[in-house]
Ligand binder design. Structure first.
Ligand code: HEC
Length: 166
């Protein structure tokens, strides 16, 4: 049976809709390299190694940061903040934490912002950055993890909306 022109047009429409939906999903996956994996024991174990080697000297082996971390030092820089629930690391979606770790706080605060926080671009691979942030998240109590999951979902929804020009 040959399709009438109308029937085949409907077919093409459905196909285009299906392709459009698929590529949006693909783009979402590609553009969120920072999805943290606090439930993946292998990733968390790798992250702990990275944390001890690269982050603990400032943020503390116990993730408690430096004393008086909210008060700027005489040189205008901030001490290292805690990464446990007393800090504000968990206020930021994974993508923001990823960008701060890879490109430094200057990524958001501007190129001339003076900070002791190093940039890890060229030092740690993207996978190691995701691992260390996954380790940090794995230490948070369930309530904070849940709040952070919600922050991640809201940020992903907002990013998807912006990509659609909304
Ligand atoms: C030499 C000290 C130092 C080291 C090493 C260091 N940091 Fe930091 N980090 C800081 C300081 C200081 C800040 C505060 C940034 C500012 O100036 O606003 C900070 C801030 C951050 C923030 C932002 C927290 C927030 O609540 O906004 C993240 C995330 C972070 N560091 C992750 C890491 C990770 C992950 C590592 C290891 C791979 C690391 N840091 C190693 C000093 C350090």
């Amino acid at each position: 049976m040959a399709l009438s022109p109308k029937q085949s047009l409907i077919g093409v429409g459905v196909l285009i809709a299906a392709m459009g939906g698929g590529s949006l999903l693909l783009r979402q996956q590609l553009e969120t390299p920072s999805v943290l994996k606090p439930g993946d024991a292998r990733v968390v174990a790798q992250g702990l190694k990275v944390y001890q080697a690269q982050c603990a000297q400032c943020h503390g082996a116990d993730l408690k940061g430096e004393p008086n971390w909210q008060k700027r030092l005489p040189d205008g820089r901030l001490p290292a903040p805690p990464h446990d629930e007393s800090g504000h690391t968990w206020h930021h979606p994974g993508e923001v934490l990823f960008n701060i770790t890879k490109y430094g706080p200057q990524h958001y605060a501007g190129a001339d912002y003076a900070s002791a926080m190093p940039k890890y671009e060229g030092v740690l691979s993207d996978d190691d950055i995701i691992a260390v942030l996954s380790y940090i998240k794995s230490t948070w109590p369930p309530r904070i993890k849940g709040t952070h999951n919600k922050i991640e979902e809201d940020a992903a929804a907002k990013a998807a909306q912006q990509r659609q020009g909304g």
